[in-house]
Design a protein around this ligand. Structure first.
Ligand code: NAP
Length: 244
């Protein structure tokens, strides 16, 4: 089994940062995206420029059939996936009272069921190889709770539960499952926030700045490395000290 990674939501933002850092460390990468094909193509070109193999695969992580087909495409082009990074996610702000059925269902479908779909798609091969690594991208809001982001925070807290339980279930198969909980990271997801909200978040972050995709990518790359071979079921904060 080679060093083949599947990173969901890798067309831009944190996912792109993770895909590029993994490529720098010798991983070939399947770059998943939902809509932005051009951005995904740019991630693929950047990985190839680093001398690694890459391909972009469109799939909505909420669609289990599409995700299973994606895992097959990744295996056919690159080889069996030995590292899965569940990064794809959606966020938004609304009062809990205003949250519609459709919004609630979509947060769960993408942020939580999406991770489940991707894990189930790659797990049979990992189990048969007795080797594999899964990293879920949670959030400080899943650890601490977030006003006006209740649904989002619920999905991110659930990813921590998924990580811990699955780590126990898969440890006998030699598969490690860990989680990174980023702080506020400067991507499209937070660029829509009002300037005063961003400034407040910087102030709340002890290290005094927003994070970058690379800050999260280094944490993921560490958890995926042999140096983290005795770590499973852990939640690693990449948050500038936001939660201490
Ligand atoms: P982003 O800039 O909005 O990028 C989102 C990525 O996810 C894009 O690649 C997008 O693909 C993909 N995506 C969205 N829905 C998808 C779906 N249904 N199926 C497949 N791909 C999908 O977000 P980000 O800030 O990089 O966040 C990445 C992850 O980190 C998320 O899970 C987020 O919750 C978490 N996080 C972010 C922050 C932060 O402050 N930014 C903090 C903590 C945790 P397209 O380009 O095709 O749309």
């Amino acid at each position: 089994m080679g060093n083949i990674a599947l990173v969901t939501g890798a067309s831009r933002g944190i996912g792109r940062g993770i895909a590029l850092e993994l490529a720098r460390r010798g991983w070939d990468v399947c770059v998943n995206y939902r809509q932005q094909a051009q951005a995904a193509g740019e991630t693929v070109s950047a990985i190839r420029a680093l001398g690694r193999k890459a391909l972009a695969v469109q799939a909505d992580v909420a669609d289990s059939k599409a995700v299973s087909d994606m895992a097959c495409q990744a295996e056919a082009a690159l080889g069996p996936v030995s590292l899965l990074v569940n990064n794809a996610g959606i966020a938004g702000q609304e009062l809990f009272q205003d949250l519609t059925d459709a919004q609630w269902d979509r947060y769960l479908a993408v942020n939580l069921t999406g991770a489940r779909n991707a894990i189930q798609a790659v797990l049979p091969r990992m189990i048969s190889e007795k080797r594999g690594c899964i990293v879920n991208i949670s959030s400080i809001w899943g650890l601490r709770g977030a006003s006006c982001e209740v649904a989002y925070a619920c999905t991110k807290a659930a990813l921590i539960g998924l990580t811990r339980s699955l780590a126990l279930e898969l440890a006998p198969s030699g598969i490690r499952v860990n989680c990174v909980a980023p702080g506020v990271i400067d991507t499209d997801m937070v660029r829509g926030l009002r300037p005063e909200t961003r400034a407040m978040l910087v102030e709340e972050t002890p290290l005094g700045r927003l994070g970058t995709p690379a800050d999260v990518a280094y944490a993921v790359a560490f958890l995926a490395s042999d140096e983290a071979g005795f770590l499973t079921g852990q939640v690693l904060g990449a948050d500038g000290g936001f939660i201490v």
